[in-house]
Write a protein that binds this ligand. Sequence first.
Ligand code: PXG
Length: 450
Amino acid sequence: MATTTAELVDDLAVKTPNNLDALLMPFTANRQFKENPRLLVSAEGMHYRSVDGREILDGTAGLWCVNAGHGRREIVEAVQHQAARMDYSPSFQMAHPLQFELAARLTAILPGDLDHAFFTNSGSESVDTALKIALAYHQANGEPGRTRFVGRERGYHGVGFGGISVGGTGNNRKQFRNQLPEVDHLPHTHSLEHNAFSRGQPEWGAHLADSLNSLIQLHGAESIAAVIVEPMAASTGVLIPPMGYLRRLRDLCDEHGILLIFDEVITGFGRLGASFACELFDVVPDLVTMAKGLTNAAVPMGAVGLRKKIHDTLMHGPEYMIELFHGYTYSGHPLACAAGLAALDVYRHDELFDRAAELAPYWEDAVHSLRDKRNVIDLRNLGMVAGIELEPRPGKPTTRAYDAFVRCFEEGLLVRTTGDIIALSPPLIVERSHIDRMFGIIGESLDQVA
Ligand code: PXG
């Protein structure tokens, strides 16, 4: 019987709790899960260990967040050290030095003049923060009528009311009737007809950015605050941006005084083989949202990067006035800052963003080796991300991919599914031998799942 919390942690590393009832789990089929729980209890490098003692190869970097692999000593030690020094300091009208250090180092790896950062605790908070900064900017800039947002179909921007409003995921909206009132959506760019089995960026689809023109005609540019997109839509099924698409969006926004927000919660920190997608595509947004890889997921943290003109415009009015009426108790939490600083060090020291770029061609070949597997209707890849789209079972969407996910887990591989798409995004420390094993297991499970 455990008497300390530490002992309890050790006890529960080897046994399933007797009662799973009290917890309402996020984005989970609770009753199905509790019938047959999948519990992870430790992790190191490329692997998790499950409660029944099995080693599970991590094909998803947790939830697209553990980019430097699990249990990085440097990050563990930084967090332990800061926890012992100071647990918490107030975030309003007070600060601690690590916040400034992290903001400086983070903005140093953002492209262009994205040279200011605001800290949050999650991707959802980063998105809502970015939307609010866009409104505050226009107000400060003498255009308070710019209040409309444009998102994109099949976009995912977290679960705040702002995020689900600009998001384009039907299931995330229909349980909750209240949405931001002035939101429109661009069409998504995925087309099996034109883009199936593309390697990297598809050639077809840049023209879809021009739909923004229709919205501008409909509502007037002077009513639109910002366009928000994921440079690569990840969690709704790995939708790769067509060549030239993001540049076109940037040009249209510039032409009409509309801010462009890139949601880089997943694409940031090396995932696509560059520090950020905006670096890779050479398109600098006005605001960029981040989370996940910022701390290698060791402590929750998010951030919003702001271009100089956005920040400077907010610095108006008397100096004793608060410039942005927004913030969180835990903005820039000391433990998160320590984890963030250590994570950035690890990324740089191990050159993980370059490593992702170097591995990407091997990854691409491995992904496309599944071409002849049954039920595969599309394969797509960019950087260290892959999407494997399966033909849905008639009348039973999502069940085929879910069955493949369960089978992979039983065989010792963690993948993600969304709809009938399997998504992969391994830690960037992945070796070729891990990649071979991943696609071996996936291939076998596709052979077995009818
Ligand atoms: N923006 C984007 C682009 C995201 O992918 C969020 C915002 C919200 O972040 P938080 O930290 O509030 O969850 C996300 C989160 C999946 C999966 O399996 C993806 C996310 C979260 C959980 C699961 O694809 N993305």
